[in-house]
Design a protein around this ligand. Structure first.
Ligand code: FAD
Length: 381
């Protein structure tokens, strides 16, 4: 293996702690949460107390200021363990990250300390029933009325939707202005007119409370807007690169885990008097996948370096997201095959990884949209 060079001893100590937390506080209960469709609030408080939430938030806003790499470590460890229920990544790397980058000092002081402790859970509300790929076509409307906005609209597929205490919501403040008419406004869940809809019944990610959200005449102070009015589309595009990077870090960790389970299993299971691991087909296929996963890992690590230097370009992030998530789906599918019938049984992590992986090619921007972004740079320069 080509060694990873990004992480210090402190990161590795944190990785151990995150792994232990997942092993004791998440894995033993995950199957129950998959039945209830949501993780308990107490888990968030425990994760906050263990220092696992919003590690890039500086000390003045209640965080450790440890930095983005710690969030990467957590995303990888959650992926490796198949812990798809807790929406920590959306909370820390998307919602808190928007507030941290674009919020005023007062906004950061108001929301971030509670997000670090797990007392407040964040959601990101971009997608609507009418479409998610074309963000500038969204229809949720925020109309200025004195010192408030009055918000009406609907969002769907929102991660952490049943638990969230605040939503960074994409709204149209000027329907005539296209992309320049989109603003991001923080809606707090106790504001009158905010309603949670159904917890959606999904193919996978069964313990994740992905939901519909409704906004009926929700009155939100203008001081809850992030950044300038009309700057929401630009802000979302900027943040999507980081979102896609963290999805990719998680994705490669799942692929590596799937390869690990497969090697372990095929070295024990026999057919025709031979270990499955001794069939050339197994060895060649796993070798091929391992080479592809290693190259994806190196691509992820290089993009992390660029992101930390504020130099990750959105096209490179799109390439990374397309490549790693397509690879994840291929790896879990091809690895599952070596488990035979057991691979179809949900008690095996490979079966759960198979159903949980599919969404990666859709959420956070579909592979087709990634191709569109990439081809624009290639053909239009
Ligand atoms: C489990 C889950 C969790 C999610 N969590 C969140 C969340 O927390 N917050 C949030 O805001 N959203 C969330 N989403 C929404 C997700 O980001 C969207 O589903 C995604 O962006 C695609 O939008 P859409 O579903 O409306 O598909 P559409 O926009 O209707 O697109 C459907 C398909 O059309 C094709 N297509 C679309 N545009 C193009 C194009 N330009 N060129 C070629 N083909 C194209 C693609 O194949 C695409 O998959 C989540 C979704 C899921 C399933």
């Amino acid at each position: 293996m080509i060694p990873r060079t990004l992480f210090s001893d402190e990161h590795e100590i944190y990785r151990e702690a995150a792994r232990r937390f997942i092993e004791t506080e998440i894995t033993p209960f995950h199957a129950d949460w998959e039945k209830s469709g949501v993780v308990p609030r107490e888990l968030w408080l425990k994760a906050g107390a263990a220092g696992l939430l919003c590690t890039n938030v500086p000390e003045e806003y209640g965080g450790s200021g440890a930095g983005f790499l710690y969030n990467v470590v957590l995303a990888e460890e959650l992926g490796r363990a198949g812990a798809t229920g807790p929406g920590f990544v959306v909370h820390s790397d998307m919602v808190a990250s928007y507030i941290l980058t674009f919020g005023t000092d007062a906004q950061k002081k108001k929301w971030l300390p509670k997000m670090v402790s797990g007392e407040m859970i964040g959601s990101l509300g971009l997608t609507e029933p009418g479409g998610g790929s074309d963000l500038k076509a969204l229809r949720t409307r925020a109309v200025r009325d004195g010192a408030d906005y009055v918000i009406n609209g609907q969002k769907t597929y929102i991660s952490n939707g049943q638990l969230c205490d605040l939503v960074v919501l994409a709204c149209k403040t000027d329907p005539e202005a296209g992309a320049k008419g989109v603003s991001l406004i923080v809606v707090e869940a106790d504001m009158p007119g905010f309603e949670r809809g159904r917890r959606l019944d999904k193919l996978g990610l069964k313990a994740q409370d992905t939901s519909e959200l409704f906004f009926r005449d929700v009155r939100v102070p203008v001081t809850n807007r992030l950044g300038e009015e009309g700057a929401g589309f630009k802000m979302a595009m900027h943040k999507l690169a980081q979102e896609r990077l963290i999805i990719s870090a998680n994705s490669v960790a799942v692929s590596e885990a799937a390869l690990g389970w497969t090697v372990e299993y095929t070295k024990e299971r026999k057919a025709f008097g031979k270990l499955i691991a001794d069939f050339q087909n197994t060895r060649f296929k796993v070798a091929e996948l391992a080479a592809q996963v290693q190259s994806a890992r190196i691509f992820v690590d290089r993009c992390i370096e660029l992101a930390m230097a504020e130099k990750l370009d959105s096209t490179d992030a799109a390439m990374l997201k397309m490549l790693t998530t397509e690879l994840q789906c291929k790896v879990v599918d091809e690895c599952l095959q070596f488990f035979g019938g057991y691979g179809y049984m949900l008690e095996y992590p490979i079966a759960r990884a198979y159903i949980d992986s599919r969404v990666r090619r859709i959420a956070g921007g579909s592979s087709e949209v990634m191709r569109e972004i990439i081809s624009r740079r290639i053909f239009e320069g």
